[in-house]
Design a protein around this ligand. Structure first.
Ligand code: ADP
Ligand code: ADP
Length: 227
């Protein structure tokens, strides 16, 4: 499904070049569940941003379903992103003035889905995530765990094939963090490809495949059953 070949990214940091990605090669099959671990500054977010077409490499190639993403224009990348990729961030990034229901519905509004189709889709997802009673609450009226569930619902309402999560439990206590991970794992079990950046070793260990980054390099790529 995904193939990265010799991906490089250099940022300028106070006039000094920083190699955020250093010749990264990586293949990911549809349905996989990967965690990305490594010290702060090792390039985990940069890798996720590349996979999510939020950032472009300086050199190297990225194929998604045999199509080369590195050849696309900005508009082309945005279209791929909207169609195939969902994001979950540590800080939720919900819209404060919109209710839980409206936040989840927003991607469907933006892609022109008819209201008659939107309502049942959002309703079903709210129910499934145990958020039906909070549908009309604003983000500040929800707990951190509930906010992240709303953010996950918003990320998957368009049924993306790839779900990218950057420290999704970073702001949560261990109990709600576990709930959030279990929800992501349920979505993976239903077929979505899941890539999760985490510096929490116990969270990362749950993935079926674990990548370790250091200084922009992919240091280790372990595949074995979680446990
Ligand atoms: P991680 O997610 O592992 O903490 P990042 O991918 O965020 O690492 O960062 C990798 C390196 O690239 C770090 O040295 C970071 O400071 C640098 N970096 C990341 N994004 C930018 C940017 N937009 N501008 C300048 N430097 C950046
Ligand atoms: P993380 O906790 O995942 O490492 P950060 O808080 O370091 O994330 O970075 C958040 C965002 O800011 C990332 O998308 C990253 O690309 C960007 N970034 C990271 N380091 C720098 C930097 N030194 N200068 C500018 N942007 C940066």
């Amino acid at each position: 499904m995904i193939r990265l070949e010799q991906l490089n990214k250099v940022y300028q940091l106070g006039g000094e070049p920083v190699q955020a990605l250093d010749h990264v090669d990586l293949s990911i099959d549809a349905g996989e569940y990967l965690s990305v671990m490594g010290p702060s500054g090792s390039g985990k977010s940069t890798l996720l941003n590349m996979l999510g077409l939020l950032d472009t490499p300086d050199s190297g190639r990225y194929w998604l379903d045999e199509r080369e993403m590195t050849a696309l224009s900005e508009e082309g990348r945005a279209a791929e992103r909207n169609r195939h990729i969902g994001f979950v961030f540590q800080a939720y990034h919900l819209i404060d003035r919109l209710s839980a229901r409206e936040n989840i519905e927003l991607p469907l509004v933006l892609n022109g889905t008819a209201p008659a189709e939107r309502k049942p889709a959002v309703g079903a997802l709210l129910e499934r995530l145990g958020l039906s009673h909070h549908a009309d609450h604003l983000p500040h009226q929800l707990s951190g765990g509930q906010r992240q569930r709303v953010a996950i619902a918003r990320a998957v309402i368009r049924k993306p094939r790839l779900l990218l999560a950057d420290e999704p439990t970073g702001n949560l206590d261990s109990h709600s963090g576990r709930d959030v991970i279990e929800l992501l794992e349920e979505l993976n079990a239903e077929g979505i490809t899941l890539v999760m950046v985490t510096h929490d070793a116990s969270m990362g260990a749950r993935a079926h495949r674990r990548l370790w980054m250091q200084d922009g390099c992919l240091l280790k790529d372990e595949r074995h059953a979680p446990g």
